[in-house]
Design a protein around this ligand. Sequence first.
Ligand code: AMP
Length: 419
Amino acid sequence: MEIKAIRGFNDILPQEIGKWHFVEDTARDVFENFGFSELRIPVIERTDLFARGIGEATDIVEKEMYTFTDKGGNSLTLRPEATASMARAYLEHQMYSFDPVAKVYFMGPMFRYERPQKGRYRQFYQIDAEVFGVDNPMVDAEVIVMLMHFLHKVGLQTLELQINSLGCRECRPRYREELKRFFEKKSFQLCEDCQRRLQTNPLRILDCKVEGCKESIANAPRVTDFICSNCKEHFSRVKEYLTVAGVQFDVNPNMVRGLDYYTRTCFEVVSYDLGSQNAVTGGGRYDNLFQEIGGLDIPGIGFAIGMERLVSLLPKDRTFLKTPHLFIATLGDETNKEAYQLANELHLRGIRAELDYEGKSLKSQMRRAGKLNASYVLILGGDELKQGKAVLRNMGDKSQEEVPIKDLASLLQSKLPRL
Ligand code: AMP
């Protein structure tokens, strides 16, 4: 039987990869301009890190982690997100002793045992950025400004930034109780999951998508009416800094995010070009996370962008494929060796050259050059070759000229944009 990939785990094929590289390169470029450095984390961590960091009563920890016991009897988990690992690395390497403020980013696959559907997979890629060590609302805004700048730079337009404040460890418990009281009166209307959430994590009811629950949610008490004066002040400063930076946003009082560690500012960017899984990015402040994972009292803020969803939104009319600059077509076996040598030489000079390996006719070599979308074709014929020349055909305007082979690389470099 043919072995196929596991459900929810995707291959990213060469014809798609150009988009991924473009997104990754743009992220590196934008983030590094904002002062961020890459921090690479392992794929596997101790299960405790996620259970304590993300929260026992979250969907991720309750139902979605790929957890296994290794040969040494340790409970380990494939990372379902990056923030907890990044925070662990910051503590473990005492990065704060070099500079209390750390701006770090990461890109890589995450693993969650969710029900696969369009835009939701079991292995999916995230681009992650975090700032540790500052609780100034200016940083909340700066991180959001960077995110929006990045999303616009990759070409996304119809986006909506939604923000909310979730309060802190002083005021959130009060809101949680209020919410619990409210939903207890309506518990008969709630779905099975929300009945359970009512006991474990009533805030999570607010982003339930089940119709019956949505009706009760519409009249639920709003977190922004319960947050303490410090949190209110923080939130209004974030909004002020966003406005100063010219970033538009909507306050969505029902946005709670799926991870327990968020405090104060949280945000999501949604695209109406996506289907039901319309969130491209989620993020927020998490001033309790470090203590949860056994560390110091260090504030943090960050976001994670879903790569699959982002890539699916890229402008359709743009080509991201790296096509050959040149296809070397040969006329007869005697020119094969020259074609091979020439291709090697061009590769070393940074020119993408392809050639025929199968002794095909000129017609079928030209067909292949067209299929590969080569910009130019060099036709190497025995007679011209003896004079050190060949015919160069521009595949765009179909013009042809005879060129000295020794000048080919510099000629192509002058003809091709950005080489
Ligand atoms: P989260 O880590 O849950 O806050 O998610 C951040 C972003 O990652 C979301 O906005 C999505 O774009 C993406 N994402 C989360 N879960 C999945 C998944 N199972 N498949 C694909 N993308 C996902």
